[in-house]
Ligand binder design. Structure first.
Ligand code: PMT
Length: 404
């Protein structure tokens, strides 16, 4: 089956000379099985005719948002599996960078949850100008994909960078994008989050400051690419991310039970929970009374959940651990990656716990057996997306190597 079969693509054409080349893009996308709806901006009208686009796409061409238009920008935004802006002028790039929504195309771009691909095309001096470069980087940071322009002879007679990417290359990259997306859709993720609580008596427990935020953001980021995300969470006060299956637990033993029940079906396991290393040896069924000046509580070791996953001989997933350290951060993290047999460990310095536990930001050092990468202090929501991307990249690499 063709990879673009049943894929809905919006092609936003803006006012550049390369607009005439979009006819080729539409033809090729349709040949690959996609449905293509064209949105034409006012200035694009000057470069390519509506009549031709309608014939090639087989659907009415959409222009500015008009009252009474039965297809609202929200419906269009939801319909699209992908939005491509080709050619993308300096003007549309600037508008998207600022969140301006003053026509149908910009409204759809703001409203869609699907990927947006920007295919810049403009004169070389305009392309290298500071503002255009700044705006392109901003769009990348917003999660849009840039299909960078090529060097060559330009319509204005200049030679340099700014020519729209070759149309066949654009279609090939779109196919590659959907191919990857389809591959990830069925990846099984299991993520643990939050603290565990070890009960002393019916009203008292020991625990830690984990809020669950980092693990929940990871689950949210994973759910954007996969439909199979299980989040096993200790007691936290957070809403469940959409499309994520959540299992609530209290203690380390409960977490271990829920994890191990399902672990043989997972492709990727991320242990972000701050699991209590010890539990109370003898839970007191009655509330402990304050009869003496001192009390003694014995602790015994909890099972190391991630270590037993790392050491699995059969159906072992790609295993990612976290290390919360207050000293010798890297050295201790390396010790953990070896002892627990992890593929990757994300070390964080928790000396000043208010800077990572509970709060919305964190910094991480990603350590593999043979390489290292630092993610500076930033929002956990952003950090989570970067981490999931990095995990998938390395998971794929490991799979490729073990298959070759
Ligand atoms: O929840 P937040 O407020 O957002 O804070 C995020 C965080 C600081 C909790 C998170 O970034 C983090 O560091 N989580 C791991 C904390 C931890 O328990 O670190 P550790 O070094 O003690 O454990 C190492 C690894 O072993 C972890 O992957 C842990 O999940 C796992 N472990 C530990 C003990 C145990 N009995 N079983 C385990 O699986």
């Amino acid at each position: 089956m063709k990879i673009l079969f049943k894929k809905n693509i919006i092609l936003g054409i803006t006012g550049g000379v390369a607009a005439y080349k979009t006819i080729e893009i539409i033809k090729k996308l349709k040949e690959e099985g996609a449905s293509v709806r064209v949105i034409l901006t006012k200035s694009a009208n000057l470069f390519v005719t509506k009549c031709t686009l309608r014939v090639v796409s087989g659907l009415p061409i959409l222009e500015n948002f008009v009252k009474g238009n039965s297809i609202s920008h929200i419906k269009l935004a939801n319909w699209a599996d992908l939005v491509i802006l080709a050619p993308a002028t300096a003007n549309i790039i600037a508008k998207l960078s600022c969140g301006i929504a003053d026509d149908l195309l910009t409204l759809v771009c703001l409203a869609t949850l699907s990927k947006i691909i920007i295919v810049p095309s403009m004169n070389r001096n305009m392309y290298v100008s500071k503002s255009v470069q700044y705006n392109i980087k901003r769009l990348e940071r917003f999660g849009m994909k840039i299909f960078y322009p090529e060097i060559g002879r330009q319509a204005c007679g200049c030679f340099g960078i700014g020519r729209m990417m070759n149309t066949q290359k654009i279609v090939n990259l779109v196919i590659k994008y959907f191919h990857k997306k389809n591959n990830y859709k069925n990846l099984n993720f299991m993520i643990t989050a939050g603290p565990t609580r070890e009960m002393i008596d019916p009203v008292r427990f020991i625990s830690n400051f984990s809020s669950g935020k980092m693990g929940f953001f990871l689950a949210e980021a994973a759910s954007c690419i996969s439909k199979n995300v299980i989040l096993i969470s200790g007691p936290v006060n957070l809403p469940t991310p959409k499309r994520v299956k959540r299992i609530n637990v209290i203690s380390a033993l409960e977490m271990q039970k829920e994890v191990m029940k399902r672990i043989d079906r997972q492709n990727i396991f991320i242990g972000c929970a701050a699991v209590s290393d010890y539990r109370i040896q003898k839970f007191s069924k009655e509330k402990i009374k304050k009869n003496s000046n001192k009390i003694k509580i014995n602790f015994i070791k909890n099972p190391d959940i991630i270590k037993s996953i790392g050491h699995l001989k059969k159906n072992r997933p790609y295993v990612v651990g976290f290390a919360a350290e207050t000293c010798n951060i890297e050295k201790n993290a390396i010790k953990k990656i070896k002892e627990k047999k992890l593929d990757l460990i994300c070390a964080n310095n928790v000396t000043n716990f208010s800077k990572n536990f509970s709060c919305n930001k964190n910094a991480l050092s990603l350590i593999w057996k043979n390489k290292k990468k630092n993610f500076p202090y930033q929002k956990k929501s952003v950090l989570a997306k970067k981490l999931i991307k990095e995990i998938i990249k390395n998971y794929e690499k490991k799979n490729r190597n073990s298959n070759s």
